[in-house]
Design a protein around this ligand. Sequence first.
Ligand code: ADP
Length: 226
Amino acid sequence: MSNVLELSGITKSYNVGKPNEINVLTGAEITVERGEVVALVAPSGAGKSTLLHIAGLLDSATTGTVKIAGQDVAGLSDRRRTAIRRAEVGFVYQFHHLLPEFSAMENIVLPQLVDGVSQAKAEARAMALLESVGLAARAGHRPAEMSGGEQQRVAFCRALANAPKLLLADEPTGNLDPETAEVVFEGLMNLARDEGLSAVIATHNPELAARMDRVVRLEGGVLKQG
Ligand code: ADP
C-alpha cells in the first residue's frame, strides 16, 4: 500500500439540519502517495484548515472516508485514532508553538521520550533533523534566541521527531518575509526528501506551490487538480 493519505467523498457541515447550516466541504477527494509533496491552495475561509484537521484526525468529517497509511479510520475508537495520529501524522502551523523554556534540541527530543525512545537515540535523531534544515549550530538555543524562520524550521523538526509518514502544514511560511519563507521552504523540502515523507502543505504563495510535486485547489468545497 503506497498511499499515505486517501480522502474520498469528504463533506463537512456545521450546524447540520439547522437553517444556518454551513457546508464547508462538499465532496473533497485526494490521494497522496508515499514521498509526494502536495501544495494545497485555497482562498481564506475555503475550508483549508478544516480539511487538514480531518486528514490529520483532529476533526471528523460529516460523511466520507479517511484512510491513513491504508487504514480506514471510520469506526475506530478515539484511543486508536489518537494512536494513529501520533504515530503517522506530524502537524505544523503558521506559528511554531515551540516550548519557550526548552532548547531547539530539547523541543525535538521531548516527543521522542514520550514515545519511549532513549535519550541518546532521541538526541541523535534531533541532531540529524536539525542538520537537514541547516540548524545544527542552534541546537542549544531557546526559541526566543532564534529568528522566526529558524523557529519554524525547528517546528518542522519537532513535527517529524517520531518519523510520521504524513506531514500536514497549515500555511507554515504565511507569517514570514519572502526571503525567510524561501529558506524555511528549502528546509522543509530537504526534510521531506530525506525522510521520504508525504506532505500536504497549505500555502498562499504560488511560487512555492509550483515547486511542490503537485498543486490542488480547494474551491466550492471540493479539491481540483492544478
Ligand atoms: P480556511 O482555513 O480555508 O481559512 P476554515 O477551514 O478555517 O477555512 O473555515 C472554513 C469555513 O468554515 C469558514 O466559513 C468558517 O467560518 C467555518 N467554520 C469553521 N469552523 C467552524 C465551526 N466550528 N462552526 C461553524 N463554522 C465553522
